[in-house]
Write a protein that binds this ligand. Structure first.
Ligand code: SF4
Ligand code: SF4
Length: 154
């Protein structure tokens, strides 16, 4: 392409819609079923470790809860902790969880300035995403029949 052609191409693009957004001031509209970070329902987790076993990226470590609550359904006090550096967001862990203790969310903004902060404890995973990013429960996995959509107001 000649210099004049390249210049003309640039001028034409000044009047076209942009495909980029001003993140984080603007947010993507995400479709239902988007596989963002996980939401852990600690009161449903039985500590079986299937999520850690099925994970292809070895993202999950089973750790004790750090809060002072008791979870009778989880007598060994073992919950998943995520090292999101490794996660590819396949959500096998969510789909194979036998009790529906894991959910998809639309929360994708997981970048941190300190690498230690990319480790998500069970308690942190159990926080409902803030803002417009609702979350979604899907019961579940292979049998996959009931799809229950919720927003954080539920
Ligand atoms: S989140 Fe689900 S799969 Fe993972 S340990 Fe808890 S119950 Fe088991
Ligand atoms: S989404 Fe996939 S890679 Fe990430 S923790 Fe779950 S199973 Fe592992």
């Amino acid at each position: 392409m000649s210099t004049a052609g390249a210049f003309w191409e640039g001028v034409k693009h000044m009047f076209k819609n942009r495909f980029t957004i001003k993140h984080p001031y603007q947010e993507h509209e995400l479709p239902d079923g988007y596989r963002g970070r996980h939401l852990l329902h600690m009161d449903r987790c039985i500590g079986c470790g299937i999520c850690a076993w099925i994970c292809p990226e070895k993202t999950i470590t089973m750790v004790p809860a750090a809060n002072q609550k008791t979870y009778p359904q989880n007598p060994k006090n073992r919950f998943p902790q995520y090292w999101y550096v490794r996660c590819c967001f396949c959500h096998f862990c969510t789909d194979f969880c036998p009790t529906g203790a894991l959910d998809y969310t639309k929360d994708y903004d997981l970048a941190e300035y300190e690498k230690e902060l990319i480790i998500w404890s069970p308690e942190r995973l159990s926080r409902v995403p803030e803002g417009h990013q609702g979350y979604q429960t899907e019961f579940h996995g292979r049998a996959g029949v009931n799809h229950i959509l919720r927003t954080r107001e539920d």
